[in-house]
Design a protein around this ligand. Structure first.
Ligand SMILES: Cc1cc2nc3c(=O)[nH]c(=O)nc-3n(C[C@H](O)[C@H](O)[C@H](O)COP(=O)(O)O)c2cc1C
Ligand SMILES: [Mn+2]
Length: 482
């Protein structure tokens, strides 16, 4: 049942629990009972991703050592249908259509500030002092070589800029240390890290709140590139067309979604570090080794009765867990190209098997240098800048969602000596498998211009039927094609 239908927006849910019901109605929910938090929840997630590529959402219950109804949700979004459900778009659309609609939608977002409410499901249980134990929840050990149990993988890390006052939400991994502390890994350049550093630079501790289970729209907002200075809660409110309800954290005053399932608030104290990692990361490798990272000292633990912990364990990208994010990122890079004045972009596809590491841009070439301009911007804008590796630009007759077609274009329209450029000393970080431990977070980028050289008016024609002939023949020989 739609809550509100504004133009073509369709909202079939409010909050995580209604979202799960809506996914169940789509026929995309799998319930699993009895999987152990130690490796089994991670293993089942990986098996289902491997089998289906775009797997159902998986809701784990009956987890050994934990009360019934203390659940874990993994593989949350993953399909275009669930992505559309979460972002209020029509459910039956193609990946390219999703990218198109989403990029127009985010461009028009008018942020709506969150609404502070006195009460909410999150406050059903509030623990402080010695009563706090984050071990109450079945945080999985997701992968065999992980350095610990990661309670935060699909989380919202909430901080406030000490100078400018704005609130940021980012999805940053969080490892359980003990009952009253968790570790937090934030990559260089991420907004939460910039804000934390401002506190540290003044020898102040950084107040923080973390939500570990919530409306997947908030997870999307926290884990994609929302402009610096914008509160992701306001952004999500803008997508939704109504304010996100938050409670004010009892100790920190930070806004925490009132509908969250589990949340903590606390502080990170300058110099308070503990060994964190490694963790099986989105590149498909255990990343960032085991090294000291900031600790969150928990002052308040809040949770809804029978809580649902959300998890998004990274897998090797060719196995899964990257498809929907590729679509979201493709839309943002496409917008960045348009906003910087690159004309006639016909599509952007972040390759799901490479995640950030390969971006394919389609253009209709209009002038010499058009392809290079598109490549440089796609590879350096906010959504494409961090930890990229390859940007490939192709002509608009190439299907950017078809790797075979893209490889054909690279192999036939580029000449390595003149078509590949290297951009040096770009934004990378400790998750980059090519960087040795402790290296500066810098990498290089290759731009592969796989468009027909602009000046080559004699470039050979592509074989294959003309659209007219194809249509005629397909009609005439229809029976053969069945
Ligand atoms: C499942 C998932 C896990 C993530 N884990 C981390 C992480 O551990 N550390 C990090 O810095 N970024 C992580 N990210 C990426 C950030 O959430 C993303 O870059 C986001 O835009 C950061 O928000 P910010 O721009 O406000 O810093 C993760 C993203 C996803 C989707
Ligand atoms: Mn941000």
């Amino acid at each position: 049942m739609a809550i509100a239908a504004k133009s073509e927006q369709v909202w079939n849910y409010r909050g995580l629990r209604e979202w799960i019901d809506a996914v169940d109605r789509l026929g995309q929910l799998r319930k699993v009972t009895g999987a152990h938090w130690d490796l089994e929840i991670g293993a089942v997630t990986e098996l289902l991703c491997e089998k289906y590529k775009q797997p159902p959402s998986i809701l784990f219950d009956g987890i050994p050592d934990y009360p019934k109804n203390y659940r874990v949700l993994s593989a949350e979004i993953e399909t275009v249908e669930r992505l559309a459900l979460t972002t209020g778009l029509p459910p039956r659309i193609s990946p390219l259509e999703f990218v198109q609609r989403w990029r127009h939608k985010v461009r028009q977002i008018k942020p709506i500030e969150p609404e502070v409410v006195k009460d909410g499901p999150l406050l059903q249980n509030v623990l402080t002092g010695d009563d706090i134990s984050i071990l109450k929840f079945p945080a999985p050990r997701w992968h065999e070589e992980d350095g610990g149990r990661y309670i935060g993988t699909a989380d919202l890390v909430i901080t406030r800029d000490p100078e400018e006052g704005w609130v940021n939400l980012g999805t940053y991994r969080s490892m359980v240390h003990d009952e009253r502390s968790v570790g937090l890994y934030i990559s260089p350049g991420k907004h939460g890290r910039i804000q934390r550093q401002k506190y540290y630079d003044n020898q102040k501790s950084c107040p923080v709140a973390i939500s570990f289970g919530q409306d997947p729209l908030l997870f999307i907002a926290a884990s994609i590139d929302v402009p610096y200075g914008m509160n992701e809660l306001a952004y999500a409110g803008g997508v939704r067309g109504e304010p996100i309800q938050v409670i004010s954290g009892p100790k920190t005053g930070l806004p925490i979604p009132a509908n969250s399932e589990i949340a903590i608030e606390g502080e990170m104290i300058p110099g308070d570090l503990k060994e964190e990692g490694p963790f099986g990361e989105w590149t498909g490798y255990y990343a960032s080794h085991r090294r000291p990272e900031p600790v969150v000292r928990i002052h308040t633990l809040m949770y809804r009765s029978d809580p649902i912990l959300c998890g998004a364990p990274p897998l090797k990208p060719s196995v899964g867990q990257g498809f929907y994010r590729s679509l979201l990122r493709s839309a943002l890079i496409w917008n960045a190209l348009e906003e910087t004045g690159v004309p006639d972009v016909t599509g952007v596809a972040v390759h799901p098997a490479a995640s950030r590491l390969m971006v394919i841009v389609g253009i209709k070439q209009r002038y010499p240098g058009h392809a290079k301009q598109a490549a440089v911007i796609a590879g350096q804008c906010r959504a494409g800048g961090y930890m990229g590796r390859y940007v490939v630009v192709v002509d608009d007759d190439v299907n950017i969602f078809d790797s075979d077609d893209v490889i054909w274009a690279i192999c036939t329209r580029s000449d390595p000596q003149q078509s590949i450029d290297i951009v040096r000393r770009c934004w990378s970080g400790p998750l980059d498998p090519m960087l040795p431990a402790g290296a500066a977070g810098l990498n290089s980028r290759a731009i592969i211009d796989a468009t027909r050289p602009y000046e080559r008016k004699d470039f050979p024609r592509v074989t294959g039927m003309s659209p007219e002939l194809k249509k005629k023949m397909a009609q005439k020989w229809e029976k053969l094609l069945i």
